[in-house]
Design a protein around this ligand. Structure first.
Ligand code: HPA
Length: 269
């Protein structure tokens, strides 16, 4: 971890971000909003876990947004790649050691709500861990009993909603349910998720939120809806569709995040 941290710091030069953003499938174009970008591919950091999922670039990109230093992770490893729910623990520990205090997670997701079509952006207000997995299994300190009541930081949630209002960008709110993937859900599972209180379903984010809270990072998260859940239309769901549709809602999400980070930076200096 020290070697990774040292080379990341060296490559970032004087940039000392407090905010990090993890970009989901097809959302890599959000890095284009960064000024003076510095790209650091994960493969340049020995021992850093790399995602082999298409649609994920696999690099850190540091830069500024409205003058606020931000570190983005374009691509992340998923539980379904190796069956390791704690796969993102090292990357998040690196962020914490680098001085990151606020983690903004984004993902591509399926909507289970008729009134939230593809292209929508949904602020994640809470989650349901439906995978039966937990990234803190095996952790031996008492910190493993991490509280999840305010996992999605209430102040950051307000900041995200305010940014959406200021920019006139529609923003839904809802509960994200984590399915392990990598197969998509069945129509019965989508009906179940709706009955259980989900608004969107996906294959990421929940383990990262658990690890981030364990590490004491503040969390905000948003989904970009790429499709209706299985069975809600006549169509089969595909990864190609996810990659094709993500940039549409991704533009809206970029507008919200730019404004949110600018005003966060002003507030905290
Ligand atoms: N289900 C799970 N993950 C997803 C979906 C979906 O419908 N769309 C994009 N990621």
């Amino acid at each position: 971890m020290k070697a990774i941290l040292d080379s990341l710091k060296a490559r970032l030069g004087g940039l000392a971000p407090r905010h990090a953003v993890i970009l989901g499938s097809g959302l890599g174009s959000l890095v284009e909003a960064l000024n003076d970008p510095v790209r650091i591919p994960y493969r340049d950091l020995p021992g850093f876990p790399q995602s082999a999922v298409s649609g994920h670039a696999g690099e850190f990109v540091g830069g500024t947004l409205s003058g606020v230093p931000v570190l983005m992770m374009s691509g992340r490893i998923h539980y379904y790649e190796k069956g390791n729910a704690a796969a993102m623990r090292l990357p998040l520990e690196v962020l914490k050691a680098l001085g990151i205090e606020v983690l903004i997670l984004t993902n591509a997701a399926g909507s289970v709500r008729d009134d939230m079509p593809p292209g929508s952006v949904m602020q994640i207000t809470d989650h349901i861990n439906f995978s039966g997995e937990n990234p803190l299994i095996g952790e031996e300190s008492d910190a493993r009993f991490t509280g999840m009541t305010n996992a999605y930081d209430p102040d950051l949630a307000v900041a995200m909603r305010s940014a959406a209002e200021r920019t006139g960008t529609p923003l839904h709110q809802g509960v994200y349910m984590w399915f392990s993937g990598p197969s998509f859900e069945t129509p019965a599972e989508i009906r179940m998720s709706r009955i259980l209180g989900a608004d969107a379903v996906g294959m990421s984010t929940v383990p990262e939120v658990i690890i981030a809270r364990f590490l004491g990072l503040k969390v905000a998260a948003a989904s970009v809806v790429t499709n209706f859940g299985a069975g809600m239309t006549g169509n089969e769901i595909t990864h190609a569709e996810t990659k094709e549709m993500a940039p549409i809602g991704g533009k809206r999400l970029a507008t919200i995040l730019k404004d949110m980070l600018a005003s966060e930076g002003q507030r905290h200096g």
